[in-house]
Design a protein. Structure first.
Length: 256
């Protein structure tokens, strides 16, 4: 299987913007509060932080085919970008962190643009597809890439047929939450707040406060120091914890 082109980023950003607005305003009106919390956990924590980031982006752990399919599905309907696209941009970010080549460094594109993940299509097009050669060889990943928007549309339609409120609770608000937490991590923990455990050639930091609601992703410097690790709390500091790593222990075989 081969991938059909390179996804356009602007449609994705529009949907993510609607998600942010839904988080800010819609959370007060949804009749499905607990359903919203569960969906946000599945799409934001599992679909984005675990699936997109640690599993597909960094290959930090392995798992069985059933869990792999579930992770690919959750990563897709999280609407954080296709697995191939997301991983290519993220691997590029690690290769050029906080340099002029880093397309979402707050030091170079500005804090606000970084927070809202608003970079230009031309910048995305410069990311080398060779960075995700392994993912492009995966039939599962390519399937979810080629059918990205039809899968998301089908999910949203199914929710609407059950109850239109579920579109808000189980899709848009979870999008808004991971977009908010991702923006906080990508911007604030690149040198604006927090502390450092290492003396690496980047501006990344760890933040206890951000880590409280980012399920481990607030340990951003730890991650950049050892990106292949499935856990970000490997330093052993008492106040560093990584709930995503606890979940990974349940669903996969980890790499140390």
């Amino acid at each position: 299987m081969s991938i059909k082109g390179w996804h356009n980023m602007y449609l994705l950003k529009v949907v993510q913007g609607i998600g942010l607005l839904s988080l800010i305003f819609g959370i007060w009106f949804t009749p499905y509060l607990w359903t919203t919390i569960i969906a946000t956990f599945l799409l934001s924590v599992v679909g984005t932080s675990i699936a997109q980031h640690r599993y597909f982006g960094h290959r930090a752990f392995t798992t069985n085919p059933i869990i792999r399919f579930i992770l690919a599905l959750l990563a897709t309907i999280s609407t954080s970008g296709s697995i191939i696209h997301w991983s290519a941009i993220h691997r590029h970010h690690h290769a050029h962190s906080d340099t002029e080549l880093d397309i979402h460094s707050p030091r170079h594109i500005g804090f606000i643009r970084c927070f809202f993940n608003w970079f230009e299509q031309a910048d995305v097009d410069k990311v080398k597809k060779g960075l995700v050669r392994d993912l492009r060889r995966s039939q599962l990943v390519v399937f979810f890439y080629n059918w990205y928007w039809p899968i998301i549309g089908s999910y949203a339609l199914l929710l609407a047929l059950i109850d239109p409120w579920l579109v808000l609770s189980c899709w848009l608000i979870p999008i808004g939450w991971w977009r908010f937490t991702g923006g906080v991590t990508n911007s604030f923990t690149h040198g604006y707040i927090g502390y450092r455990n290492f003396d690496d050639d980047n501006k990344t930091t760890n933040s206890f406060l951000i880590n409280l609601f980012c399920f481990g992703d607030g340990l951003h410097e730890n991650h950049h120091h050892k990106p292949e690790s499935y856990t970000f709390d490997y330093v052993g500091v008492w106040h560093e914890f990584d709930p995503c790593a606890w979940i990974i222990h349940l669903i996969g075989r980890v790499h140390y």
